[in-house]
Ligand binder design. Structure first.
Ligand SMILES: [Cu+2]
Length: 479
């Protein structure tokens, strides 16, 4: 090691002791800001500047020895790009998935290709809206607890990023076998791209900036086009500068419905994204690396999260996606559900498993299904209980109202006067994969067998029926 470098390292160690982090040194010392200004601070001036210009220093060392500077201004929006209004077909429901608090995105047809438009742009994102979902939650709070628990949290608005004016972006819903085209326009102040999380597609369509495509510059456009061979719950999110862009809100659902088959049919199909935001007082931009203090379902904290409304007897699926940096054990009251899918699509029936708390890891998806036999208002929430309250409450921390990852499933009774009974009492099953459906599947399989035999006889053994998409090994894939 050269003497100059040794001297600098020693100097650094001493300097670190003499000039500890500002936030610590200032606390309670009454120290005047001018004393800490860069100009007056020897740590930030000449001896170090000299060390940086030392020839032959590795970049990593040079980086670590940079003088402290004022943070560069963060650009939320591009100075020359006005965010466009939502594209046509925004909010148009073309399928059946309900994404609470998030609009769907419709498509235009170009021949057989479904064409979607996503515009990545700055959005003013309301993590907490006083008016939105308050009604049911607060009404019941008041019914049971009077006015002692009030909605005391302030509204929380962030300068975030999203697609088509929303964060999370609109839900894209397609059918297995569809060919889709997604036109992505970039109205952000920095480059971007979109990665299709979980989709088996050509490498060039993966949206991984720097590996499969050039980042799309501000004002630029990129067209993704691929065929959906799978079905299940998938995500889309930024593929560039991911730690920042995904957390600024650039993510959404891509739900692919099965082409056919009663084994996947439900009456209500919900999708909920798990996210986390780090919100610091006085800073309207979300902080990127935590600590996270606002934990959201589809971008909202309770009580701004829509209640899931279902009717007694309906078959319900909830699709969960986790784009956050924690794993969330999502818990449901009053029911046993079945875990029926992952980010890799449906779990084969024989491997589905029951539960009431499903752990959803970062980057994972989980589908759960149940038959809504049990009427009432049931809690649905993350069981990390610091994720069901919000930070920054405008009150002394006595009793904390629910915030964060908390909502209700409202199962409306068929007959409000009917006495409660457990299905076991009259031999019915609460297995989410109900008997009626099993029967339908059996009938269908028998019919298909009959048809295959008839075809085989007609064609001398050569089947002509539809084929399922083939896997990498050229074998039929069970979807
Ligand atoms: Cu959680």
């Amino acid at each position: 090691m050269k003497p100059a470098i040794v001297a600098t390292v020693l100097w650094l160690c001493t300097a670190a002791t003499v000039f500890p982090d500002e936030s610590e040194s200032k606390a309670g010392t009454g120290q005047d800001d001018t004393q800490r200004s860069p100009a007056a601070d020897p740590v930030r001036s000449t001896p170090f500047d000299a060390a940086f210009s030392e020839p032959g220093l590795p970049d990593s060392v040079r980086y670590l020895r940079q003088p402290r500077r004022a943070a560069r201004p963060f650009h939320w929006r591009h100075p020359d790009i006005d965010p466009s209004p939502p594209p046509p077909l925004m909010g148009r429901q073309m399928g059946k998935v309900i994404t609470p608090n998030v609009p769907p995105l419709g498509y235009a047809l170009d021949g057989d290709v479904k064409v979607f438009t996503l515009i990545a742009q700055p959005v003013i994102h309301k993590v907490k809206e006083r008016a939105a979902g308050d009604a049911l939650i607060l009404t019941h709070l008041r019914e049971y607890m009077g006015d002692t628990l009030r909605d005391v949290y302030p509204d929380v608005e962030l300068l975030a990023w999203g697609f088509n004016g929303h964060s999370p972006g609109p839900t894209i819903e397609c059918t297995q076998g569809d060919r889709i085209r997604v036109i992505l326009r970039n109205e952000l102040p920095e480059p971007t791209s979109v990665h299709w999380h979980g989709i088996e597609l050509p490498n060039a369509m993966d949206g991984a900036s720097g590996q499969t495509q050039s980042p799309i510059p501000p004002g630029g456009e990129f067209v993704y086009e691929f065929t959906l061979y799978q079905h299940g719950t998938f995500l889309y999110h930024s593929g560039y500068n991911v730690a920042k862009q995904d957390f600024m809100g650039l993510h959404g659902f891509l739900v692919v419905q099965p082409r056919e088959g009663p084994e996947h049919a439900v009456d209500k199909d919900f999708a909920i994204m798990l996210e986390q935001w780090s919100v610091r007082p006085g800073n309207p931009n979300p902080k990127i690396q935590g600590p996270f203090n606002f934990h959201t379902f589809n971008g909202k904290v309770a009580p701004s999260i829509d209640v899931l409304e279902v009717a007694q007897g309906e078959r319900v699926r909830i699709r969960w996606g986790n784009i956050s940096m924690d794993n969330h054990p999502i818990h449901f009251h009053g029911y046993t559900w079945w875990v029926t899918g992952t980010e890799g699509g449906p779990i084969p029936r024989s491997a589905q498993f029951p539960g009431n708390t499903v752990l959803i890891g970062s980057g994972q998806c989980r589908d759960v299904e149940f038959v809504a036999w049990n009427p009432g208002i049931w809690r649905l929430h993350c069981h990390l209980l610091h994720h069901v309250v919000n930070d920054l409450p405008d009150m002394p921390l006595g009793e904390m109202p629910f915030g964060g990852m908390f909502t209700l499933v409202h199962v409306q009774p068929r007959d409000p006067d009917e006495a409660w009974s457990h299905p076991d009492e009259d031999g019915r099953s609460v297995d989410g994969r109900n008997a009626r459906r099993a029967e339908e599947i059996r009938e269908r399989e028998e019919a298909a067998d009959g048809e295959r035999e008839a075809n085989a006889e007609r064609n001398d053994g050569g089947g002509t029926g539809d084929r399922r998409p083939t896997g990498r090994a050229g074998e039929e894939v069970e979807r």
